[in-house]
Design a protein around this ligand. Structure first.
Ligand code: SAH
Length: 348
């Protein structure tokens, strides 16, 4: 098993069966070797600094109906909100004061009619804080909308491909959502000069080891600047709400595999990791993740942005809790890196 890890570190690629072996091994020493190699590679590229991104959840209004997601359009138990332009700016103001230099604007997927509103918000953030990176995570849109937001000043875009397997995609999404279109969106985003992040939920219902291997192969071919991976967490009002949660261990293995496959990728230790295990975020970092995205949303709307049950948004998971986060990181010998943290392989 160790020679597979060494081979991945050196060649950045393995055969399907070899990935499968790494994902399935039950030998704790092999797993620890995988994670330790990923840690070393992360440190070679980024030292022991962890980049921060301030997450602003602008709206839980969504036209989409993904079967796993708590803010899906057919969930009538959600009380819907949208921040005002002024509220978004106030979040950035607070974040900037704390030291954040990246703002992630995330939300449900809106009607195209509101794209102009987003563009105005982006322009305003860009004008106020020209030194900051603006990341969007707003789902699928026409190429023209992505171009409009890029011109307005957005630098990065997060859109998980969710799964490379078309059949599994069909089981997780409503009829009418197209797997090909999602992949098309990712190509457009890259083409428009965004730093692009993509990835999957780990342990989603119906997922197999084979489909995870397909995801690894898609990621190594697409070479995203950022890789977003988090365990599936059920949300009780969704059709998939009775399925078990994904595993923190499997997600950590995937962080490690992706760190060895794409050494310079920006890999967040995601909120879903922190939600499932008190030490989930640290375990992600010890598996080669190098980014944390604390929540900068107004405290009263945080609970309404409930993609899944018990989503962590307080304490070290909140922007106001950066001191707590810094203390947590120092326990494992890491620290916050306050710089903007662009992708070392960015196109701009
Ligand atoms: N609407 C935007 C952004 C919000 S969803 C979009 O679709 O990109 C952001 C991510 O949250 C999704 O890509 C999905 O992978 C993740 N997510 C949604 N529901 C989840 C759940 N129940 N468990 C874990 N992650 C979930």
């Amino acid at each position: 098993m160790r020679c597979l890890v060494d081979k991945l570190r050196e060649k950045h690629e393995l055969a399907s069966d070899e990935y499968r072996a790494l994902l399935l091994t039950r030998n704790p020493q092999d797993v620890e070797y995988l994670l330790s190699q990923a840690r070393e590679v992360a440190q070679e590229n980024f030292g022991k600094g962890i980049y921060l991104r301030g997450l602003i959840e602008i709206s839980n209004v969504c036209r989409n109906d993904c079967l796993y997601c708590g803010i899906r359009s057919s969930n009538s138990h959600v009380s819907r909100y949208t921040l005002t332009h002024e509220q978004v700016i106030a979040c950035c103001e607070q974040g900037y004061r704390i030291g954040f230099r990246t703002f992630v604007i995330q939300g449900g997927e809106w009607d195209e009619k509101r794209s102009q509103w987003i563009a105005d918000v982006i322009r305003d953030i860009r004008r106020h804080w020209p030194d900051c990176a603006i990341t969007l995570s707003l789902g699928e849109h026409p190429r023209e909308t992505y171009a409009l937001w890029r011109e307005a000043g957005a630098n990065r875009y997060l859109l998980r491909h969710e799964t490379r397997n078309e059949r599994l995609y069909g089981l997780l999404h409503p009829r009418g959502m197209s797997h090909a279109h999602r992949l098309q969106c990712l190509d457009w985003l890259k083409d428009l000069g965004y730093q692009v992040g993509t990835g999957i939920m780990v342990g989603s219902p119906f997922q197999t080891i084979g489909s995870i291997v397909e995801d690894i192969q898609y990621l190594t071919a697409f070479k995203p600047h950022m890789i977003g991976l988090g365990p599936f967490v059920p949300q009780h009002d969704t059709p998939l709400g009775r399925f078990p949660a994904g595993s923190v261990d499997m997600t950590a293995r995937l962080y490690a595999i992706m760190r060895l496959a794409i050494p310079q990728a920006l890999i967040p230790s995601t909120t879903a990791m922190a939600t499932l295990a008190p030490d989930g975020r640290l375990r992600g970092i010890l598996a080669g993740a190098n980014v944390v995205m604390p929540n900068l949303s107004p405290t009263d709307t945080r609970k309404l942005y409930s993609l899944y049950d018990n989503k962590a948004s307080l304490g070290a998971e909140s922007a106001q809790g950066v001191k707590e986060l810094a203390d947590e990181l120092s326990l494992i010998g890491y620290h916050i890196d306050w710089s903007r943290g662009d992708s070392p392989t960015k196109k701009e």
